[in-house]
Design a protein around this ligand. Structure first.
Ligand code: NIG
Ligand code: FE
Length: 421
């Protein structure tokens, strides 16, 4: 037997999330977080080799002369957060939109006037590869410090084949160069650029972009902003059907601002996840449950749009829809990198319990990005992506908000970020 490279022991609470790797947790199973009091976890060559009671793991012969031992007494140890919905590859910022928002100008109105997403498309195009990478890696570093160890990243601030492929290339480079594992999504259908009708641009995405994106093998998922005034249900269906034909997995921005059948479309096409869902209908929710589609909920976006409107998470959980949580990190509707903030908002406004919120931010989020075989739980054989949280119990995590509760981030068994440095 090999000694462990890393052994974390004496955790007040070790949240394992065990038992949900085959299928996302739904209904009452979302409360089953596999908690071990006075728990320990050992990692060898990047993978978890033992999980259990501290006394058993410490007596199990895992600790050798070179094993890094961490005493997590009085703290919570949990799987690294998986953020399954981000738009972090962009240049610039949009703080000027805050005053428009405060004056009551709607989000889609800003877009219609050539601002919003289109303003970020312009600043992203102007940035060199080096600038775009530097700005994105800065965000990824912040995410890592806040406990995110795996994140989905969407293209979508290019809106031309060349610019979309550039973003996907840079996501790949960033994946290799920094600690957070990245899952790439093609989202050419993020907005209709000037000079095109919705129908014309839908054809560009379907006929020109998707075949090239698929053959580049730079994207795992295809996503579309299905919203009246952006891409209709019909256009979204055309795009997602083509993506499916090309063997891309599917996601959909559905029913964010208006209820138009986005959830129903997602269920019909068998998307991996339907995201946002603030205005999802009862039928839409039932259809998601029926097809086992994961609802990725983004309460930081609701909070930041400041309309006092949140997704009906309780109805979804009751209907049997597996729920995941994400930041939606982007320069317009959710300029934050913080999964801990998302957990707080999920408890306060989506009415999730802290246990459900942890499930949603770890193993269900891992399922939403197709990585549940590797991350999202602390189980033997999984990647050693682990958080030591400076909180005495799980309730404290969403309770004390606006700060960073993370003490240590372990990525593949190595310290990737520490509050002490
Ligand atoms: O998920 N809704 C569409 N896309 C993003 C916002 C992007 C932006 O405003 O730059 C979202 O909210
Ligand atoms: Fe989004």
């Amino acid at each position: 037997m090999k000694y462990a490279d890393l052994l974390i022991h004496s955790a007040a609470a070790l949240v394992t999330m065990a038992g949900h790797s085959d299928k996302p947790a739904c209904g009452e199973k979302m409360s089953e977080i596999g908690l071990i009091e006075n728990g320990a976890v050992a990692v060898c060559e990047g993978k978890i080799v033992a999980v259990g009671l501290s006394e058993d793991i410490l007596a199990g012969g895992w600790a050798g002369p070179d094993t890094v031992q961490i005493n997590a007494m009085g703290k919570v140890v949990a799987p690294g957060f998986v953020d399954p919905h981000t738009h972090v590859i962009y240049a610039g910022s949009r703080e000027h939109e805050l005053s428009l928002k405060l004056k009551g100008v709607p989000y889609l109105e800003i877009l219609k006037q050539g601002g919003g997403i289109l303003s970020t498309v312009r600043s992203t195009k102007q940035a060199t590869d080096e600038e775009l990478k530097a700005q994105t890696s800065r965000r990824l570093k912040t995410m890592l410090s806040l406990g995110t160890t795996t994140a989905e990243v969407k293209s979508g601030y290019g809106l031309t084949l060349e610019e979309e492929l550039r973003a996907l290339h840079l996501i790949k480079e960033l994946d290799n160069e920094q600690a957070v594992d990245l899952v790439p999504t093609f989202m050419g259908a993020h907005a209709v650029p000037p000079g095109y009708s919705e129908e014309e641009f839908t054809n560009v995405v379907v006929d020109d972009m998707l075949p090239q994106v698929a053959s580049s093998v730079l994207a795992e998922f295809c996503d579309v902003f299905c919203e009246p005034g952006v891409f209709s249900v019909q256009s979204s269906e055309k795009i997602l059907r083509k993506a499916k034909e090309l063997n891309l997995k599917l996601k959909i921005h559905a029913d964010e601002l208006d209820s138009a059948g986005g959830a129903e479309l997602g269920a019909k096409l068998g998307v991996t996840s339907a995201d946002h869902l603030l205005q999802a209908s009862d039928e839409g929710i039932a259809a998601l449950a029926d097809q086992g589609v994961i609802a990725v909920l983004l309460p930081a976006t609701s909070f930041n749009l400041a309309k006092n409107s949140y997704a009906r998470a309780r109805a979804m959980i009751q209907a049997g829809v597996p729920v995941a949580l994400a930041t939606d990190s982007n320069p317009g509707s959710s300029p934050t990198e913080s999964m801990p903030l998302v957990l707080t908002l999920a408890c306060l406004y989506l009415r999730l319990t802290p246990e459900e919120a942890m499930t949603a931010a770890t193993i269900n989020a891992a399922h939403a990005v197709g990585r549940a075989d590797r991350v999202g739980s602390l189980e033997v054989g999984k990647q050693g992506d682990i958080l030591v949280l400076d909180v005495p119990n799980l309730n404290y995590l969403p309770y004390h908000f606006g700060n960073n509760p993370v003490d240590l981030v372990i990525k593949r068994g190595k310290i990737a970020w520490s509050v002490k440095k």
